[in-house]
Design a protein around this ligand. Structure first.
Ligand code: ADP
Length: 678
């Protein structure tokens, strides 16, 4: 037998003045025991109706009911049917209801005797969330009536006895005689009834204390549950980000995990340093309804809010970016367009710092119309993730540096191997020549003067070849190891080209340099570079162009503005050209088309590798173009344009170092390792 109507509802409908209250399970247990104790204390012949939600709750009290049954024959116990709980008439009446019955959610106890009557008619409230569900059984909450009012008690008994008759028609007569004996007309209460007017102040006080204690406990449980949930979240996010040493993967995972955990409209994470003017948004988690910021350039230097966060190294949480009373209204006004463009209603910024250094930023956005109040829990969670993320970023950075270092070591190893190979040929060959020449000169004093001169000349040329190789090799090593201190200043590109041309001309004293045409606009802005190294690049490229261009060919130097920030210098020739597939390889160390062992043009194979190091060190790029064999080559490189007043101060300093004008040795002052001329 099953009835889906709630007894609590039936009672509240019958007596609308009743105001149900909230009771914790602990309070109901105490009240039930107090009511039962009244009977056990000697109130004979009482009517007792008790309804348990489940058999196991009944079993905990079964021995009490055996003792109560000694004092009265009008005891009715209801419970969900179980292995031992069935409907029968033994020491007292037991009434089993089915699992679908509304009583499964209810807790009732009615006691009526000549001088005491009380009832407890309650229904369990479903838990609101997982944290409540998972907390203790004691925190279960019920809603209903506890009263000693005769009318309410008898109405409750009436409803329950009707149910009993419905479930157990076999004891209908007994139920009816109980009604006749215990239910006499009592006055219907006219006032609001919520159990506070009960005549038993002791029990009333006890329940109040119990309820208050339980509230405190519940609050504590909730705080612990929230803390536990936060820790679980931090751990799971941490373990996800710690599984990788790849910065991209770490940022992506952290943004997605944090965004989901806090259910924000957007979660952005970007690496940045205190001095960065802008950041590019590369990692984002967002709700599908919100516009993506991926690839956008985020202003940092012009955002006073960014300044504030990086100064204080603290989280800033703004519930309403449109609030005229917000303590950050001035900072927000400075970026109002941005806020409106991306509909950022509530904003949280958390800096990622490591040992006081800013390494990145977490941003959370809510874009719905209503402001979102960031909770302490939100902030604590973001703070904990920020701490973990900063460490993960530093580790990833260190790992990347390590990999970089490994690559450099591998490159160094290759250099060493190449050095050994090249030494075999480049150093041994000229050394043998020098040795043969010197031996001949010393063993044959009668050698004709003409031949003697040839011998001396050959020895000198090969000594020079060796010196150049050693010199280039040392310079490249210095550039590659990053030990170069760039002396940046504002320079005229025209002056640099003039200097390079005179150096190349002085250098090629024998064979005339091919026809070199210079196209530099008069309006070309100053460049910002280290003059000695810039001239070095021009000299090397011009040297190559003339070396690989036969007599009658043409060489052109052209300067154009390739972008608002850079000038582009192109040195083109009509010489032997480069296979398109080798255009990148020519910048490798020791690359020579014919191979070092069959080289006919002289050179070390280090020139372009040095040019690449220098150009990149100055903040530009270098590349080669050619349509193929015998179709000429073009070498291009870019160099930053000088900006600001400070840059123009030293624009003439290069002129003072002009080797032609001074007639001084070719080494430029300030950087003795760089030889421009012999
Ligand atoms: P090298 O001392 O051999 O000139 P570089 O590093 O300057 O060393 O040049 C590497 C190689 O690139 C050269 O050996 C040559 O094969 C090729 N190369 C450089 N410049 C030119 C050019 N202007 N035309 C054709 N080939 C060139």
């Amino acid at each position: 037998m099953s009835n889906s109507t709630s007894v609590v509802e039936e009672l509240l409908t019958a007596i609308p003045q009743l105001r149900p209250r909230l009771y914790f399970k602990t309070s109901l247990t105490a009240l039930s025991h107090a009511m039962e104790d009244h009977i056990l204390a000697g109130v004979g012949g009482a009517l007792v109706v008790a309804s348990f939600q489940q058999e196991r709750f009944y079993l905990q009290e079964a021995s009490r009911y055996l003792r109560i049954a000694d004092l009265s024959d009008q005891i009715y116990v209801l419970s969900a049917a179980g292995t031992s709980f069935t409907s029968r008439s033994e020491n007292y009446e037991t009434i089993a209801f089915e699992a679908e019955d509304a009583l499964v959610h209810e807790w009732h106890l009615v006691v009526i005797s000549d001088n005491y009557q009380a009832c407890l008619i309650c229904r369990e409230r479903p838990a609101h969330d997982d944290s409540e569900q998972s907390s203790l059984d004691q925190n279960r909450r019920f809603e209903g009536i506890w009263t000693q009012d005769p009318y309410v008690t008898q109405r409750s008994a009436d409803i329950l006895l009707d149910r009993i008759a419905q479930y157990r028609p076999d004891i209908l007569n007994k139920v009816q005689s109980a009604k006749a004996r215990y239910l006499f007309p009592a006055a219907m209460p006219s006032e609001r009834l919520d159990g506070k007017g009960n005549p038993d102040p002791f029990t009333q006080r006890l329940v109040t204390y119990l309820q208050a204690g339980q509230y405190k406990l519940l609050k504590a449980y909730k705080a612990i549950a929230a803390q536990e949930q936060r820790e679980r979240l931090v751990n799971s996010i941490t373990s996800v980000i710690r599984q990788s040493l790849n910065a991209t993967e770490i940022f992506e995972k952290a943004a997605s995990e944090l965004g989901q955990a806090l259910n924000v409209c957007r979660c952005l994470i970007y690496p940045c340093a205190a001095t960065d003017a802008t950041a590019t948004i590369e990692y984002e988690h967002r709700q599908p309804t919100v516009e993506s910021l991926l690839g956008e350039t985020w202003p940092l230097a012009t955002s006073p809010l960014f300044d504030y966060v990086q100064d204080t190294k603290d989280i800033v949480a703004i519930p309403d970016t449109h609030d005229p009373e917000s303590p950050f209204r001035y900072e927000l006004d400075a970026i109002r367009l941005l806020l409106d463009r991306w509909r950022i209603q509530s904003w949280l910024m958390a800096p990622l710092t490591y040992q006081g250094r800013l390494v990145g930023m977490i941003e959370l956005h809510h874009c719905q119309a209503n402001p979102y109040e960031w909770t302490e829990d939100d902030k604590e969670l973001v703070d904990a993730i920020a701490a973990q993320l900063s460490v993960a970023i530093i580790q990833a950075e260190a790992y990347a540096n390590l990999q970089d270092l490994n690559r450099q070591l591998e490159a160094l190893d290759l250099t060493r191997a190449n050095l050994i190979a090249i030494t075999g040929h480049e150093l041994r060959t000229p050394l043998s020549t020098i040795q043969v020449c010197l031996e001949s000169l010393s063993t044959e004093p009668d050698m004709p003067a003409e031949l003697r001169q040839v011998m001396i000349q050959a020895a000198l040329e090969d000594a020079e070849r060796m010196r150049k190789l050693v010199q280039d090799f040392l310079t490249l090593s210095k550039l590659e190891s990053g030990r170069v201190e760039w002396n940046m200043e504002a320079l005229s590109i025209q002056e640099c080209v003039d200097l390079a041309l005179s150096s190349v001309n002085a250098h090629n004293t024998g064979a005339p340099v091919s026809n070199i045409k210079v196209k530099i606009p008069k309006s070309a802005p100053l460049v910002r570079a280290d003059g000695e190294w810039l001239v070095e690049v021009l000299v090397k490229l011009l040297d190559n162009a003339s070396k690989f261009t036969p007599a009658g060919g043409r060489i052109t130097i052209q300067v154009t503005r390739s972008s608002p920030t850079h000038l582009q210098v192109t040195i083109a020739d009509t010489g032997r050209g480069i296979e398109p597939s080798r255009l990148d390889a020519v910048f490798d160390r020791f690359y020579q088309e014919e191979g070092a062992l069959r080289r006919t043009t002289g050179g070390t194979g280090l020139g372009l590798a040095m040019c690449r190091q220098i150009v990149e060190g100055l903040g530009g790029t270098i590349w080669a173009d050619s349509e193929g064999k015998n179709k000429g080559s073009q070498f291009h490189f870019t160099v930053p344009i000088a900006q600001g007043k400070g840059d123009s101060r030293s624009r003439n300093s290069l002129g003072n170092r002009h080797p032609q004008r001074t007639g001084q040795p070719a080494t430029l002052p300030g950087n003795p390792s760089v030889l421009l001329d012999d």
